[in-house]
Design a protein. Structure first.
Length: 212
C-alpha cells in the first residue's frame, strides 16, 4: 500500500502520515524534512534565502547528510523559510524526486509506504493507492505553529509567524514546478475545526471504504 499525504504548513499532514504509517505498518517519509535538511546545510554554508542559487542548491543534494533530516535544527522558522525558497526551484525538486520514488517502491520496512509533503499525490506518486490533501485556515495554522515553536522554547510572535506562513503559502501555491494543490483524486480534509483523532478517523474510514 502506498499513501500520499499532501497539504499546507501546520495543517496536520505530518501527524496524520505518521499515524497512518503506524496503523498500517508502513514506512514513513516526511519529504519536507529533506528540503529542510538541505536548507539547514545551505544556511550552515553561509547561503541565505535571499542569495540562494538554484544550480548550487541542486548540486548540494548529492553531498547532503541524511542525518540532518533528524536534527532539531530543521524545525526552526529560519530553516523552514529557506526550505520553502529552495523547494520552489525545479532543479532541486528534480534532484529529490528519484529518492522519494525509490523510498515508496522499495520501503525500508513494512508493507508499503506513506509519504507526506507538498506534491506527493500530484507529482511524485500519481499512482498512489490513496491520496489525501490536508488544509486549514491560515490563521488557525499560524496559531498552531506559534504554539508549537513556543513550546520548544523559541521566542516567536503570532503576527510574525502568520506573515511568514502567508509568504510560504504563496511560494508553495504559485511556483511553476509542482505547486501545492490537491490531486484530482485526493480526499480533501479541512482540519480547521478538527483534532488529530478526528482527522485520523476520517482518513482510516476513507481507506476502508470499498472502491466504487
Amino acid at each position: 500500500m502506498i499513501i500520499a499525504v499532501d497539504g499546507s504548513a501546520a495543517s496536520g499532514k505530518g501527524t496524520l502520515a505518521k499515524r497512518l504509517a503506524l496503523h498500517f505498518d508502513l514506512a514513513h517519509l516526511d519529504t519536507g524534512s529533506l528540503y529542510r535538511a538541505l536548507g539547514l546545510h545551505l544556511l550552515r554554508s553561509g547561503v541565505t534565502a535571499e542569495n540562494a542559487e538554484e544550480n548550487k542548491a541542486a548540486a548540494a543534494v548529492a553531498s547532503l547528510d541524511p542525518g540532518l533530516a533528524d536534527s532539531p535544527e530543521i524545525r526552526t522558522d529560519a530553516v523552514a523559510g529557506m526550505a520553502s525558497v529552495i523547494a520552489a526551484m525545479p532543479a532541486v525538486r528534480s534532484a529529490f524526486t528519484t529518492l522519494q520514488r525509490d523510498f515508496a517502491t522499495d520501503p525500508p520496512h513494512g508493507g508499503g509506504a506513506v509519504l507526506d509533503g507538498r506534491d506527493i499525490g500530484s507529482v511524485i506518486l500519481p499512482d498512489a493507492d490513496f491520496k489525501f490533501f490536508i488544509d486549514a485556515d491560515l490563521e488557525v495554522r499560524a496559531d498552531r505553529r506559534t504554539r508549537e515553536l513556543q513550546a520548544k522554547g523559541q521566542s516567536v510572535m503570532f503576527r510574525d509567524v502568520l506573515e511568514d506562513m502567508r509568504d510560504r503559502d504563496r511560494r508553495d501555491r504559485e511556483r511553476t514546478t509542482a505547486p501545492l494543490k490537491a490531486a484530482d483524486d485526493a480526499f480533501v480534509i479541512d482540519t480547521s475545526t478538527m483534532d488529530a483523532d478526528r482527522v485520523f478517523t476520517l482518513a482510516v474510514d476513507h481507506i476502508a471504504r470499498p472502491s466504487e
